[in-house]
Design a binder for this molecule. Structure first.
Ligand SMILES: NC(=O)c1ccc[n+]([C@@H]2O[C@H](COP(=O)([O-])OP(=O)(O)OC[C@H]3O[C@@H](n4cnc5c(N)ncnc54)[C@H](O)[C@@H]3O)[C@@H](O)[C@H]2O)c1
Length: 338
């Protein structure tokens, strides 16, 4: 296919504006054709900034538009499953932000609609497209560290999200750690069978009153014998902390945080470097570009997307298992939840 793929963005909030900007200017083979948001003002502003003329309040308008080939769903999580079903029935290719839903039945119904329509679906687990994490996966796959024995993921936000967000987020395991559950499967290249979660409120009592925790550790048991730990905090005072390590029979592979520059100052007092990039918009820019390039390329070359429906479902199962484990203070097999 040589002509550009016409894409509509549904939901012009934080991540929708980011993807819209990339589609308008930085993704080869794509054209941003329309923007929709139930807050018409948000879609108008986004479209005006990017020189797009088609702006709608109701996403169904882009599903009726024969010129639109693909949709990028960036609306709030509770809308994803039904928009996927409608878009699939309309024959559109679909990119959907994570997670598809917090409810497994809704996920399964959305995936069934995609299969029935024979359209593509790629889910926004962008960290798979980060060059550091991708390199770890490749090295593990090539056998560079031998048999994986231990995985360690540290994933800490610089500050908690607003309370309105916390209340509808589905909790730390489904909102925040879901990316790390995906990363665990991705870098080790194996499935988790069982996990055990500890969670507590160490930062903001208001988060506890909303029924959530702000600090959590999860241990993982993989089918092939590897063990893993993931830790999350909603507040790392030094910035966005994103590190991964896989240790195996022949060695170890690890990544450090990305900083705004590579300088290191050494004096007789200390060795100093800059703080990590502040948050996900800055830290993961390249991964957002790479994932959208991959999606558009799959449409143009009629290939299967690199993040599948199964990839979308399993981290939600893990998030639910972690919540149950934390509530009941016991190890939980994923089979109990799935
Ligand atoms: N992959 C990532 O790194 C990443 C980062 C942030 C958010 N997300 C995901 O993206 C989604 C959006 O998050 P956000 O932070 O941009 O939220 P947001 O609240 O900033 O934006 C959501 C937008 O969707 C609009 N909307 C709601 N229902 C709609 C509908 N039916 N049709 C059209 N528009 C609708 C809202 O008006 C709002 O403008 C969430 O599912 C979130 O989990 C993913």
């Amino acid at each position: 296919m040589s002509e550009r793929v016409n894409v509509a963005v549904i939901g012009a909030g934080r991540i929708g504006r980011l993807h819209a900007g990339h589609l308008a200017h930085r993704i080869r083979g794509a054209r941003l054709a329309a923007v929709t948001d139930i807050r018409l003002e948000a879609s108008r502003q986004c479209a005006a900034d990017l020189g797009v003329s088609k702006v709608f309040e109701d996403y169904r308008r882009v599903l009726d538009d024969a010129q639109v080939q693909a949709v990028v769903i960036c609306s709030s999580t509770d809308t994803h499953a039904s928009i996927i079903k409608d878009a699939a029935q309309a024959g559109k290719q679909i990119f959907c932000e994570k997670p598809i839903a917090l409810d497994l039945k809704q996920i399964d119904q959305a995936l069934a609609a995609v299969t029935a329509a024979g359209v593509k679906l790629q889910v926004g687990f962008n960290r798979r497209f980060d060059p550091n994490f991708r390199r770890i996966r490749e090295l593990v796959r090539e056998g560079a560290i031998g048999e994986p024995h231990l995985l360690r993921i540290a994933s800490r936000d610089p500050e908690p999200p607003p309370m309105e967000y916390v209340r509808v987020s589905g909790g730390i395991f489904l909102d925040m750690m879901i990316h790390d559950f995906d990363m665990a499967r991705y870098v080790v290249g194996d499935e988790v069978q069982e996990l055990y979660a500890l969670g507590g409120v160490r930062i903001d009592p208001e988060i506890g009153r909303a029924g959530d925790v702000d600090t959590a550790v999860v241990t993982l048991r993989f089918a092939g014998g590897c063990f893993g730990t993931i830790d999350n905090s909603r507040q790392a005072v030094y910035g966005y902390d994103q590190r991964v390590e896989v240790f195996g029979s022949k060695g170890m592979v690890t990544t450090e945080n990305n900083t705004p520059n590579r300088t290191r100052l050494a004096t007789d007092a200390a060795v100093r470097e800059d703080l990590p990039l502040r948050f996900f918009m800055e830290r993961y820019t390249e991964s957002y570009l790479n994932e959208m390039n991959a999606f558009i390329q799959c449409i143009r070359e009629d290939k299967d997307p690199p993040v599948t429906g199964a990839d979308a479902r399993v981290p939600v199962v893990m998030g639910k298992a972690a919540r149950l484990s934390c509530e009941q203070n016991r190890p939980v097999a994923l089979s109990e939840v799935s």
